[in-house]
Design a protein around this ligand. Structure first.
Ligand code: NDP
Length: 280
């Protein structure tokens, strides 16, 4: 079993440290505010002491400003690998990578595709990027937490894919919440509606690989569901929502993208053409 340090005992940090302890790794923890504990872990008195306790240091803090503040207290990182599982942008990841390199350490950025309850359980995924060599050395320990997928040597790659996946999630949830709001406002049973919605979204999800093919080829012409037809249908969703006393906020950005695409002469194209309209 190996040694690992976890910096940050928020909801996620606690889950990470608990998983390492559970797998039998010698685990040292540090948290800014004292009093947060993880059974079976050693508590370090300072960041420098925590970093000194293991070659693998996992940070999971509220944001990357906090990571920089912690690094300022770390001392030398010679011989250390910092795995930063704090959510942030690709540029922020590259900035943290530069700070870690200045301190003599190697850097791996990570994006956690799970909630704390999923850590060390089925379905949890963590994306990594940065030093492939450092990732390979510590892969077995990191796999304690979740499936580990390396996304590339650019430190920002994990954050990019993390944010892209989460963008997909927020868009999907926006649609789900609007659908529930419509059914509830009309007096329908949201429990009965939930499996219908799941089945419908699952069927629609099957179009994702095809959309990727369209994007790669730049061929958006369709005989299935053209933008011009969708443009005519959108006002129905918006008017029906308003009649139910609902704000159509979730639908309006999609309507704007479709309008712009049709105005630009793409009415015969599929919805996937909207990827081009998202570009600035
Ligand atoms: P919490 O708000 O529960 O914990 C935040 C942690 O950051 C605490 O340990 C806090 O310490 C620490 N912190 C805040 N500011 C500083 C600072 N200036 N210096 C040192 N430490 C600081 O957040 P989570 O644990 O939920 O999330 C942590 C990261 O994990 C975030 O980037 C989040 O996006 C990501 N994540 C979280 C998920 C979740 O479902 N919770 C899912 C996937 C990713 P203190 O106790 O002293 O306040």
């Amino acid at each position: 079993m190996s040694s690992v340090t976890v910096i940050g005992l928020g909801l996620m940090g606690k889950a990470l440290a608990g998983a390492f302890v559970g797998a039998g790794h010698r685990t040292t923890v540090w948290n800014r505010t004292p009093g947060k504990n993880v059974a079976g872990a050693q508590h370090a008195e300072s960041v420098a002491a925590a970093v000194g306790a293991a070659d693998l240091v996992v940070a999971c803090l509220v944001n990357n400003d906090a990571v920089h503040q912690v690094l300022a207290q770390a001392g030398s990182l010679a011989g250390k690998v910092l795995v930063n599982l704090t959510n942030g942008t690709p540029s922020q990841a590259r900035e943290v990578a530069a700070s870690v390199a200045e301190l003599g350490g190697r850097y791996v950025d990570g994006g956690i595709m799970a909630v704390p309850q999923m850590i060390a359980g089925p379905g949890a995924l963590v994306l990594y990027s940065g030093s492939q060599e450092a990732f390979a050395e510590h892969r077995a320990t990191l796999e304690t937490l979740a499936e580990a997928r390396f996304m590339g040597a650019d430190a920002g790659a994990a954050a990019l894919y993390d944010l892209a996946l989460l963008s997909g999630m927020y868009g999907m949830f926006g649609g789900i919440y609007h659908a529930f709001a419509m059914v509830r406002a009309a007096g329908g049973d949201v429990r009965e509606f939930a499996p219908m919605l799941t089945a419908w979204l699952s069927a629609m999800m099957a179009a994702t690989p095809e959309a990727a093919e369209e994007i790669v080829s730049g061929e958006y012409a369709t005989e299935v569901s053209a933008l011009a037809m969708n443009q005519l249908a959108l006002p129905n969703f918006i008017d029906a929502s308003k009649e139910l006393g609902l704000r159509p906020d979730v639908l309006l950005p999609i309507q704007r993208l479709i309008d712009r695409a049709v105005e630009a002469g793409h009415g015969g194209d599929s919805l996937t053409r909207l990827v081009e309209m998202i570009k600035e």
